[in-house]
Write a protein of this length. Structure first.
Length: 337
């Protein structure tokens, strides 16, 4: 009797199909609907204006992935996995939708990165990631929503785990619509904030600040962190910024920050923790895949703590400590050398 491939191998073979099932579920907000008690395939098809027999088959596929559970009567129930993709809580929904647009086609040409060492995105689209986003407001909105979703999750861990004592002015460099800055300012009701990014990145920032009730303490500043960065901050925050760039450009960003910093200021990178080697595949999967995504889409990379120390040193900064957070992200603190 022929040996049957293990479940792990079958999952890998079907990974792209499983992902597209999850994308469809997110677009139709199936995790929200099923969590609200709408478990009948026909009812879900009617509510989402989709083809009922096809909906039944898609739901069965999602159950086979462990995304939903199917009961004996053919109804579907939520799981802890599907709850991570709901639209009413910080999770993975917006990241899923963003990656289905920006990354899926680029990943199909992974071989280009292997052969050239350069990012695939520009090879596929004829422009880099940031140029495409600047030209496409819908693309920018998807990106900003995904970044805010992650920042909501990581921001809670950051303000809980990092000591913000002595901070009166926070400058969020490349902060998008300000989800992390808002979390910090809620934690520090006396502090002022500057949210600094390109115009496309700041889309939706004013509304986000109003929603968090910190808008009167935030100044929005448009600009490029390759040119100059606002001065006089006590804390310079860069979340998921440095990993977007190769070593030369990452050093340029950090050097611009160093030039803007007063002697007492702190700089904190909030990035994914990349171990020196893979020891716990499941736990480290998200960071390793993020590293590969940086390679494919942007030409950037995730880095080990030692590699961040070298970057900071090249920019005239010195790493003072690292702070592990209740997250797959951690904080890397630095001061002027």
């Amino acid at each position: 009797m022929a040996e049957r491939p293990p479940a792990e191998a079958i999952w890998l073979l079907n990974g792209f199909r499983g992902y597209q099932l999850v994308v469809a579920a997110c677009r139709l907000k199936l995790p929200d609907l099923v969590a609200a008690g709408h478990g009948e395939p026909a009812a879900l098809a009617a509510m989402t204006k989709t083809h009922a027999p096809s909906m039944r088959r898609v739901l069965r596929g999602l159950a086979a992935l462990g995304f939903f559970e199917e009961d004996a009567g053919g109804r579907y129930r939520p799981t802890t996995t599907s709850d991570w993709f709901r639209s009413d809580r910080p999770g993975l929904r917006n990241m899923t939708l963003m990656l289905s647009k920006e990354g899926y086609r680029a990943w199909a040409e992974l071989q280009h990165a292997l052969e050239t060492g350069g990012p695939v995105f520009e090879h596929v689209y004829g422009k880099n990631r940031w140029e495409k986003m600047a030209d496409d407001p819908d693309d920018a909105a998807l990106f900003n929503a995904a970044m805010a979703e992650t920042s909501d999750r990581v921001g809670a861990a950051f303000v809980a785990g990092y000591d913000l004592h002595g901070v009166d002015t926070v400058i969020d460099v490349g902060g998008g619509n300000g989800a992390l800055l808002a979390a910090v300012l809620v934690k520090l009701p006396h502090a002022q904030g500057i949210l600094f990014d390109l115009p496309a990145g700041l889309a939706g920032a004013a509304e986000r600040m109003r929603t968090a009730d910190v808008d009167e303490r935030v100044t929005l500043v448009e600009g490029s962190f390759f040119e100059s960065i606002p001065a006089s901050g006590d804390l310079y925050l860069l979340k998921s910024i440095v990993h977007d760039w190769d070593d030369g450009l990452a050093t340029a960003i950090l050097s611009a920050c160093q030039q803007a910093m007063k002697p007492s200021a702190r700089l904190v990178l909030v990035e994914r923790f990349l171990p020196d080697r893979v020891e716990s595949p499941g736990l480290e999967l998200a960071t390793v895949m993020s590293d590969l995504h940086m390679m494919v889409v942007l030409g950037g990379r995730e880095r080990t703590t030692a590699e961040y120390a070298l970057l900071l040193d090249a920019a005239g900064l010195r790493m003072t400590r690292t702070v592990m957070l209740d997250s797959d992200f951690y904080a890397i603190e630095a001061a002027s050398a």
